[in-house]
Write a protein that binds this ligand. Structure first.
Ligand code: ATP
Length: 355
């Protein structure tokens, strides 16, 4: 369908087959993990030139946010850490949300697939969460109408609900997935979640080969921790997506493992799946580097650099599944730098003639 073909087109490579990619390190553990991405890319020979823009709130550069937008619009692709939102006052918007809105990155995909060698509460999980990424409860329209009364608007539009549903069904068709579950709370939020649910039911009729059902968000959370294998692809509005993503990441290995992809019709941004800042563990050489490395692998795949993506992925798999070198969040004792060094060792030892 034309809708999907238009989506986040692959930017044309520069001279020598190289791509420029915007890198937004963000706060907390973001900068150190980005350094490791650059290090790994250097040894893997990945043909990427990073344009680094610091939009951390402590950054001196007040125009940095605008630079970031301009840079991503020029390069088409970005990789980011989480940008801290320091202020708690109304009117100060999260720059993570603002960035996704400005670039109309209306889809977030989190592929929750069990990782060989990672101890987890549930085994053999393979679920794709497709989340509306720009509206819903993240509309950032809150105000105090009178003292002590706060109103917050949740915005659901038919057009965005349709884009999410259509993307999900096309995704399922393309990747051979069999079932899509719409997650909602339409029994209470009859108009907003009702619209999201009705729209997904309408789109589902165009794809009779893919099974469609729906589930209320509270039951969904219970089913996820007790019987997660019933799920294949799930679609939902923004806030439910954030919560369900974290539940699933917790089931298969925590905040430091999975990556998330943000897509619109023109641009793509790759980031760790649970979007944590990790301020408390920054600078201690203990953060798990795998989520950010997975984001960088997604980015390489998006740009068509599949061999480099596979080279890094295989090195990561060997480090985790064969060497059992894990950071403390995954029950190991390894430091971040040790894990990264081992990944680089495997990259250097890889027999690239096997390609
Ligand atoms: P802060 O950002 O100040 O640490 P927080 O407690 O909300 O605040 P998050 O950043 O949201 O923490 O992260 C949630 C949890 O996941 C924290 O315990 C954090 O240490 C952990 N975490 C996040 N990213 C990673 C990572 N890459 N490796 C290991 N642990 C991580």
């Amino acid at each position: 369908t034309p809708l999907i073909k238009k989506q986040a087109p692959i930017p044309i490579a520069m001279y020598g087959g190289r791509h420029a990619v915007t890198m937004l390190p963000g706060g907390g553990i973001g900068p150190e993990l980005m350094e490791y991405v650059r290090e790994v890319f250097k040894y893997a020979g990945a043909p990427i030139d990073f344009e680094v823009i610091d939009i951390d709130p402590r950054s001196e550069e007040s125009d940095a946010f605008d630079y970031a937008i301009t840079s991503i619009k020029r390069n088409g692709v970005g990789i980011k850490g989480n940008i801290e939102t320091k202020s708690e006052s109304a009117g100060v918007t999260s720059r993570n949300v603002a960035l996704r809105n400005e670039l109309d990155l209306y889809i977030n995909i989190l592929h929750c697939k069990s990782f060989p060698g990672v101890p987890a509460r549930q085994k053999d999980i393979d679920i794709v969460i497709i989340r509306q990424n720009t509206e819903g409860e993240y509309a950032m329209l809150e105000h105090e109408s009178v003292d002590g009364v706060v109103e917050s608007m949740k915005v659901v539009t038919e057009s965005n609900s349709e884009r999410v549903a259509r993307y999900a069904f096309e995704f399922a068709k393309r990747t051979g997935r069999k079932k899509i579950t719409t997650i909602h709370k339409a029994n209470i939020m009859k108009l907003s979640d009702g619209l999201f649910l009705q729209t997904s039911k309408k789109i589902a009729k165009e794809y009779p080969e893919i099974e469609h059902n729906d589930m209320i968000i509270d039951n969904c959370c219970m089913q996820l921790v007790s019987k997660p294998h019933q799920f294949d692809v799930m679609i939902m509005t923004n806030l439910y997506g954030s919560i369900v993503s974290n539940v699933l990441c917790g089931l298969i290995g925590g905040a430091g493992l999975l990556s998330g992809r943000n897509y619109g019709d023109h641009y793509a941004i790759f980031e760790p799946g649970t979007r944590n800042t990790g301020t408390a563990i920054a600078g201690k050489n203990i953060a798990n580097p795998l989520a950010m490395l997975n984001a960088s692998i997604d980015m390489l795949n998006h740009l068509g650099h599949k061999q480099h993506a596979n080279l890094i992925k295989n090195a990561m798999m060997k480090t985790v599944a064969e060497d059992h070198l894990l950071t403390t969040d995954l029950g190991g004792t390894a430091k971040t730098s040790e894990v990264v060094q081992r990944i680089i060792d495997h990259i250097l030892q890889a027999d690239i003639r096997a390609w």
